[in-house]
Design a protein around this ligand. Structure first.
Ligand code: BGC
Length: 337
């Protein structure tokens, strides 16, 4: 009788442990998140650190991978998927180069969230957490329009264009939005691009690497602006704005009206010093907080908070998204940053 009682109690204990998941690998694994980000720019490093901190504080086990090249990122995603995380967050180096590596995400049933940059041509993507990329391009163009009084016939002003890396879908969105809004002024001569380099390919800075902008701005200055003033520069982000301004100053030219993006601390400093005109700040904590909420919902199997279900067609499906609002920072409000 004693032996039967002992067996029943033992069986009950095992059953309860199984139900609560106590000590089981399943439970330990139930909050495992993989982050696969580029390490190519300071803004990505800030995003990665912010996401990792918030997830760790919320009790997630975080596997962080950071890559410098497309090939390295593809390999890291493959490796991270082998561990079958409960969710994977990707900042794509090349928006269109992850189709094959994400096939396993479907096989292993790993939900994928695209962070800041959409991932194209795959149905393995579940959600997209980003800033409103159209709004960024719009804000850059509207700032130029107002500062140069273009609506009331201001100009003519000389302008040169820089764009982000071609492999990143965002770079095209920002550039196309700005161009579309400024085109009427280029057509009617209020804006003049002396180099004639107004298309994306000529303006694109390879891989978003700011140093790749240096030879081009030098060349533009010597070839087209030796006896002319360069009034306006579209810089697609703060790092690239920094390099452009550096070359303009080295050439002894006046500081132009120049845009930026991200809200890098160095850009805030340049705005305070009257060098960079403005930036569009993308607070990493704002996007991270939204992304963490999305991850939690996905891991719990519930519908995450989304605010856009129409804009991001990735070529295969419309990806439900949460788009955060970016903020313009110039000399009038930089003291708050
Ligand atoms: C991001 C920008 C960033 C750039 C370079 C883009 O996809 O949206 O915020 O500056 O990549 O990393």
């Amino acid at each position: 009788m004693k032996q039967v009682k002992f067996l029943i109690i033992t069986a009950l204990l095992i059953f309860t442990a199984a139900l609560t998941g106590c000590g089981s690998a399943d439970n330990a694994d139930s909050k495992k998140v993989a982050i696969c980000f580029p390490n190519t720019t300071p803004s990505w490093q800030r995003n990665s650190a912010a996401l990792q901190d918030q997830l760790s504080a919320d009790g997630f086990t975080v596997d962080v991978k950071s890559s410098a090249t497309v090939e390295e990122q593809q390999q890291q995603i493959k490796d991270a998927l082998q561990a079958k995380p409960n969710c994977m967050v990707i900042g794509a180096i090349d928006s269109a180069a992850l189709v094959d590596v994400l096939e396993n995400a479907k096989t292993y049933n790993v939900p994928i969230i695209a962070f800041d940059r959409i991932i194209l041509n795959t149905d393995a993507l579940s959600y997209y957490a980003s800033f409103d990329n159209d709004a960024i391009g719009e804000a850059q163009a509207l700032y130029f329009e107002a500062a140069l009084n273009l609506r009331n016939g201001g100009g003519p002003y000389n302008i040169e264009f820089f764009a982000g890396g071609a492999a990143d879908n965002n770079a095209h969105i920002f550039f196309n939005t700005v161009k579309e809004m400024l085109n009427p002024y280029l057509k009617n001569g209020q804006l003049v691009c002396r180099s004639g380099q107004t298309d994306f390919n000529s303006a694109s800075v390879k891989d978003w690497q700011s140093e790749n902008a240096r030879p081009r701005i030098r060349e533009l200055l010597t070839q087209y602006y030796s006896g002319e003033t360069l009034h306006v520069v579209l810089a697609p982000n703060d790092e690239i704005a920094g390099v452009i301004l550096d070359e303009i100053q080295k050439a002894g030219k006046p500081v132009p009206l120049i845009s930026g993006l991200d809200g890098d601390p160095k850009a805030f400093e340049r705005i305070r010093n009257g060098q960079q005109t403005f930036t569009i700040a993308k607070d990493p904590d704002v996007l991270t907080a939204k992304c963490v909420r999305m991850i939690k919902a996905v891991v719990e199997g519930v519908q995450p908070d989304i605010n856009d279900v129409k804009t991001y067609n990735n070529g295969v499906k419309i990806v439900p998204a949460y788009l955060c609002t970016p903020q313009i920072v110039d000399k009038t409000n930089v003291q708050n940053f």
